[in-house]
Design a binder for this molecule. Structure first.
Ligand code: ASP
Length: 455
């Protein structure tokens, strides 16, 4: 059974990491399709090649001298090429392409930015093919244009178009290793457009679905997805297996190991995702599977928190009797291009929860003013100090006490819960707390369900 394997930036940050990747490729002959990110950070304060390319693009746009950043980018690839004795005449394509990037034609600066960024992955995939061939492993670089990975016209936050799957369905190959660059596709007009940051995972899912490959190994720098953030809970339990929708719910609240958007093509293709660690390849990692293939072992699978939210609280007597209140409210949000996350409501009250990044002071003032004018609330408060805690698990569907077990330890610990949302999704409970209480809440809930001895 063929497998697709994807390596993140830290797995390809230098020649030492490249060697680990090569060992992983060689350890299992079924690992035929390989997706690579751009070289990432070698140490904490290091700069990813993608970020160097963004700087290079900005300097180009502003007509500034970019020789320093260009040299820094070339050096990252050169170190790897030298370590694996890639012949100079082969390697030369990389510095040449990078040097000539500013001379290419782009429809506008956003496309210029996208093309510069995408070259982090593109050149790394070319380099990987050179290195593998040099080592006697028959390999081929696959350009997303050649494979037909077709994306929307949003240069820096593209989404995949359906024809991609037909194109990939016709993509012919033999038994050589195929090296795909992650992170970007080609628009119908023939321009490079990238996914949002961290988007190489998306390429892996798309290619797996398009080539009909049921197993997608995603190599990163953690040995598993854990039941809670290891920065909050000491030695949390690794999750052996979870469902797509559990992953969706947990990544919503900050589990960032596997890219959120990358789940969708995997669901469509019913592909098993195996998150694994390049630095500890023997560890089994975490499997993300369809619901049908899942039997939960624990009451909950994980607990996460995210502080990227704000809320708007509205009070008005007899709100429940008033026809059109929510309609008018949503129209105001629509006018200001603000999407909302949740809207729990009571008899006279309503809270709307937003993703924080959308709310500028100016927008809040304007929205508040319009709400006052057209809805006349008795009270309107913006709550910036808002965190969401997500308690997630397929196992909760058949339980009666998951809610009380989640809330009880918070009450004991004096943590005020100002919103509870359980209903639409039976596999999660969402709690709102103050930001300052969020980590403690996660720890308390984790201890409650996993009976940990942590303090
Ligand atoms: N290199 C890109 C980034 O840094 C994409 C990725 O690594 O997935 O965002």
């Amino acid at each position: 059974m063929t497998k697709i394997i994807k390596f993140g930036g830290s797995s390809l940050a230098n020649s030492a990491q490249y060697q680990k990747v090569i060992d992983i490729i060689e350890a299992d002959a079924s690992r035929q399709v390989i997706v690579v990110s751009a070289p990432g950070k070698r140490f904490d304060d290091d700069i990813k090649v993608t970020d160097l390319l963004i700087k290079y693009a900005n300097q180009t746009i502003q007509n500034q001298d970019s020789s320093e950043v260009l040299a820094a980018i070339i050096a990252r690839y050169q170190e790897i090429a030298t370590a694996f004795s890639v012949p100079d005449d082969q390697f030369q394509i990389i510095p040449t392409t990078l040097t000539e990037l500013p001379d290419q034609k782009y429809p506008n600066n956003e496309y210029l930015m996208a093309a510069f960024k995408a070259h982090g992955e593109k050149l790394n995939a070319e380099l990987m093919a050179m290195v593998l061939n040099q080592l006697g492993i028959n390999s081929r670089f696959v350009d997303p244009g050649e494979a037909g990975i077709t994306v929307s016209d949003n240069p820096n936050s593209a989404t995949v178009l359906p024809e991609t799957y037909q194109n990939l369905g016709h993509f012919g190959y033999g038994d050589e290793k195929l090296i795909f660059p992650g992170f970007f596709g080609i628009t119908k007009a023939g321009n490079i457009a990238t996914f949002a940051r961290g988007g190489s995972d998306i390429t892996g899912s798309i290619v797996a679905r398009g080539l009909n490959i049921p197993m997608y190994e995603n190599f990163t720098d953690v040995s598993a997805i854990y039941a809670a953030n290891p920065k909050i809970v000491k030695n949390p339990m690794p999750i052996k297996k979870m469902t797509y929708r559990e992953m969706r719910e947990l990544s919503y609240a900050g589990f960032s190991v596997f890219n959120d958007e990358a789940i969708i093509p995997a669901i469509e293709g019913q592909i098993t995702i195996n998150v694994r660690n390049t630095n500890e390849p023997e560890a089994p990692g975490t499997l993300i599977v369809p619901e049908g293939a899942f039997q939960s072992e624990h009451e909950i699978t994980g607990v996460a928190s995210s502080g990227h939210f704000s809320a708007l609280y509205l009070h008005r007597y007899l709100l429940n009797k008033e026809v059109g209140f929510t309609f008018k409210l949503l129209q105001i949000l629509y006018k200001y291009d603000i999407s909302y996350e949740h809207m729990p409501s009571g008899i006279d009250d309503l809270t709307i929860i937003f993703e924080d990044s959308q709310l500028t002071d100016e927008k809040m003032r304007a929205v508040g003013k319009e709400i006052h004018e057209s809805l006349h609330p008795d009270r309107l408060d913006w709550i910036r100090d808002y965190s969401i805690i997500m308690v997630v698990g397929e196992g909760m569907v058949n339980q009666t006490n998951a809610l009380s077990k989640s809330i009880d330890p918070l009450a004991t610990d004096g943590i005020k819960v100002n919103m509870i949302n359980q209903g639409a999704s039976q596999i999660s409970i969402m709690l709102g707390t103050r930001k300052a209480d969020a980590n403690r809440a996660v720890l308390d809930i984790y201890n409650q369900f996993f009976n940990s001895q942590e303090d």
